[in-house]
Design a binder for this molecule. Structure first.
Ligand SMILES: Nc1ncnc2c1ncn2[C@@H]1O[C@H](COP(=O)(O)OP(=O)(O)OP(=O)(O)O)[C@@H](O)[C@H]1O
Ligand SMILES: Cc1cn([C@H]2C[C@H](O)[C@@H](COP(=O)(O)O)O2)c(=O)[nH]c1=O
Length: 216
């Protein structure tokens, strides 16, 4: 029906948890079931800001820690007009990483608080569902290509997991924890059902604002 919006569904979790695999499968499955759905990912490495961030992650350049945190956030804000346009036209967005990655990763660095790290992302479109793919750092490290990029060490990933746990205490957000050590098929079945339910619930609601109390 005209006027109904799509849902904003975010996949989060440690490196190699299976987010990209599941995001792609979810978009395909939703389309097969007749929903309008598209994938997005952050960082979006194709923009000018995204290229700076990508080069930093690939360890080709160094950036000061506050600076790169703000660049990650700016990389999200530059996509907000497009995200809102898609959601309002009824497209469900399946987003591979969002502000929660920004906060969990930067706040795992020395002298960065969760509070400080959240500030630049306050007011972003609020996800209707945040799927946390839960896997131990040890199991993740055994998966393909772990260790190539900045942050891909088991010690750092352990800190990141703790920060995610703190973020998940926020009951104003719709967090769902998924056991990502299951088979790809079982993870997919779990998140597909939750996603279909949330698409139905979100369609008549306004788009919320992340971490703004009046909208929670
Ligand atoms: N449930 C699963 N069981 C076993 N292997 C998996 C599973 N899901 C994904 N993988 C494999 O783990 C690797 C990482 O998967 P994927 O790229 O989807 O993870 P990611 O969370 O997006 O990683 P990153 O955040 O580091 O980009 C890939 O080789 C993928 O095939
Ligand atoms: C969005 C975002 C991501 N990061 C970190 C998390 C990962 O280590 C990389 C992205 O890797 P991917 O394979 O492209 O998922 O970047 C971050 O530190 N801050 C952020 O805002």
């Amino acid at each position: 029906m005209a006027g109904r919006r799509g849902a904003l569904i975010v996949l989060e979790g440690a490196d190699r948890a299976g987010k990209s695999t599941q995001a792609k499968r979810l978009v395909e499955a939703l389309k097969e079931r007749g929903y309008k759905a598209e994938g997005m990912r952050f960082p979006e490495r194709t923009t000018e800001i995204g290229k700076l961030v990508g080069s930093y992650l690939e360890k080709k350049s160094n950036l000061e820690d506050h600076t790169v945190h703000l660049l990650f956030s700016a990389n999200r804000w530059e996509q907000v007009p497009l995200m809102k346009e898609k959601l309002r036209s009824g497209v469900t967005l399946v987003v591979d990483r969002y502000a929660f990655s920004g906060v969990a990763f930067t706040s795992s660095k020395k002298d960065f608080s969760l509070h400080w790290c959240k500030q630049p992302d306050i007011g972003l479109p609020k996800p209707d569902l945040v799927l946390f793919l839960d896997i131990s750092p040890e199991a993740a490290a055994k998966r393909g290509d772990f260790g190539n990029e900045r942050y891909e060490t088991s010690d750092f990933q352990k800190k990141v997991q703790k920060r995610y746990a703190e973020l998940m205490e926020d009951r104003s957000l719709n967090w769902e924890m998924i056991d990502a050590a299951q088979s790809m098929e079982d993870v997919h079945s779990a998140i597909r059902q939750m996603s279909e339910d949330i698409i139905e619930q979100a369609k008549d609601q306004p788009i919320g604002k992340l971490w703004i109390e009046s909208d929670t």
